[in-house]
Design a protein around this ligand. Structure first.
Ligand code: MN3
Length: 213
């Protein structure tokens, strides 16, 4: 099986009270685990395609045979999205919350005016997204951008598949499975609590790896 469910970098209850332990466990084991096993099933017998790291696979969807392309798009996207999502969170007071520092903080000021303006735009995008999907902070043409994708689409899929082709460095899962047990229909409350567990050090590393400056 080429793709594996990554371990969480913290225990299931580490993000309480922003995200409850039961949601984290089901989300990681059942939802993310399901994407991984369905991706592996779709890629069976696909040779070199099956050996690609998932981020590269998403950038080469055109090369994926048509009969498995939707399965690879949905489940490969789900695997990549959640693999980015877990490490950009950390416990409150244990690396989570606060504001970014260093080059990322400077780039946010440059491209959005202030951290507060960025946070407001990202929050509006996340709460305004209809149905299931993701909100992203990404790097595109050397600039930061905020955008959304439906379903499990990932910005790395490129312009043929997504409206915001960029290198994502921060992602927020706004599928109901990410928050419904604790927040029910109150997505804005989930988004507000999520800011308290964003691991800005990790997002800064993603920014550097994406060539941001
Ligand atoms: Mn999810």
């Amino acid at each position: 099986m080429p793709h594996k469910l990554p371990e969480l970098p913290y225990p299931y209850d580490a993000l309480e009270p922003s995200i409850d332990a039961q949601t984290m466990e089901i989300h990681h084991q059942k939802h993310h685990g399901g994407y991984v096993s369905k991706l592996n099933a779709a890629l069976e017998g696909q040779g070199a395609l099956a050996e690609l790291p998932v981020e590269q696979l998403l950038g080469r969807l055109d090369e994926v045979p048509e009969q498995i392309r939707t399965a690879v798009r949905n489940n490969g996207g789900g695997h990549a999205n959640h693999s980015l999502f877990w490490p950009i969170m950390a416990p409150r007071g244990g690396g989570g919350g606060g504001e970014p520092t260093g080059p990322l903080a400077e780039a946010i000021r440059r491209d959005f005016g202030s951290f507060a303006t960025f946070k407001e735009r990202f929050t509006q995008a996340a709460t305004g997204l209809f149905g299931s999907g993701w909100t992203w902070l990404g790097v595109r043409d050397g600039k930061l951008c905020v955008c959304t994708t439906p379903n499990q689409d990932n910005p790395l899929m490129g312009p043929k598949y997504v409206s915001c082709p960029c290198r994502p460095i921060l992602g927020l899962d706004v599928w109901e499975h990410a928050y419904y047990l604790k927040y029910q229909n109150r997505r804005p409350d989930y988004v507000a609590a999520w800011w308290e567990v964003v691991n800005w050090a990790r997002v800064g590393e993603n920014f550097a790896a994406a060539g941001g400056q």
